[in-house]
Design a protein around this ligand. Structure first.
Ligand SMILES: [Zn+2]
Ligand SMILES: [Zn+2]
Length: 241
């Protein structure tokens, strides 16, 4: 549908379901998913990136310091935004204050800047990093799945959210150091006994040390997948010391 017809429908939809901006949390201008000025405040990662995990990298650095010292199981991945104060607030509202409607907006923003990467990786399926059923019941949704939906739809790749699952409700990773994160996730994920395709794209909200993506990749590789990629909404910075 074109022209006024589409305007009329989107105008009516806006009246029925006013959209809130995932950055300022106010109502967005009609027909927009995010205010234009808030769009400009989003910390898009630009410039040189680590060839493995996509973190910002220094000049002439091929791998970031993390990837020099860690042998990752995933093939390659990237985050879209830096996990700065703006994104911390956005993600916190999305995950912990019930703003489920931010998922499709943030997933669409991810799609805009990762189409090229997805085309290069050619994943057979997209999988959200699963939540433990207890956590899923408490929150009412898996934030990774809401982010993955626009990516899957936009690229015409099947979304598989029932194959990989979480066995243990692990402690929150954010207060843990690098080694503790890996230990915390040992045995946390498992995979249903179904044939897996070769190339799998994992989607999550935040990448910090890669321990979550690696824990998922270990399970998927053991079940027959051969290349695991990841995309996250944000890339986190320094760990707590
Ligand atoms: Zn706004
Ligand atoms: Zn890296």
């Amino acid at each position: 549908m074109r022209g006024w017809g589409r305007c009329l429908i989107s105008g009516m939809t806006d009246l029925l379901y006013p959209r809130r901006c995932p950055v300022c949390h106010g109502l967005t201008p009609r027909g927009r998913m995010i205010c234009p000025e808030c769009l400009g405040r989003l910390p898009v990662i630009e410039g040189r990136r680590c060839a493995k995990c996509g973190k910002p990298a220094a000049a002439r650095q091929v791998l970031c310091d993390d990837c020099v010292s860690t042998r990752h199981l995933f093939a390659q991945g990237a985050g879209v935004f830096l996990y700065d104060d703006v994104m911390r607030e956005t993600v916190s509202c999305f995950k912990y204050r019930g703003r489920r409607e931010y998922g499709p907006v943030l997933g669409s923003l991810m799609l805009q800047s990762t189409r090229g990467l997805i085309a290069a990786w050619k994943p057979d399926i997209i999988m959200p990093v699963p939540l433990h059923p207890k956590r899923l019941a408490g929150r009412g949704f898996n934030q990774a799945e809401l982010l993955a939906e626009p990516l899957a739809r936009g690229c015409g790749i099947p979304l598989e959210s029932g194959i990989l699952f979480r066995r243990t409700d692990t402690a929150a990773q954010k207060t843990l150091g690098r080694q503790e994160r890996r230990r915390n996730l040992e045995g946390a994920f498992a995979c249903r006994d179904v044939p897996l395709p070769e190339r799998i794209l994992l989607v999550d909200d935040i990448y910090t040390t890669g321990s979550t993506v690696d824990a998922c990749a270990a399970v998927l590789l053991a079940k027959g997948a051969s290349r695991i990629f990841f995309l996250t909404l944000c890339t986190g910075g320094a760990l707590p010391s």
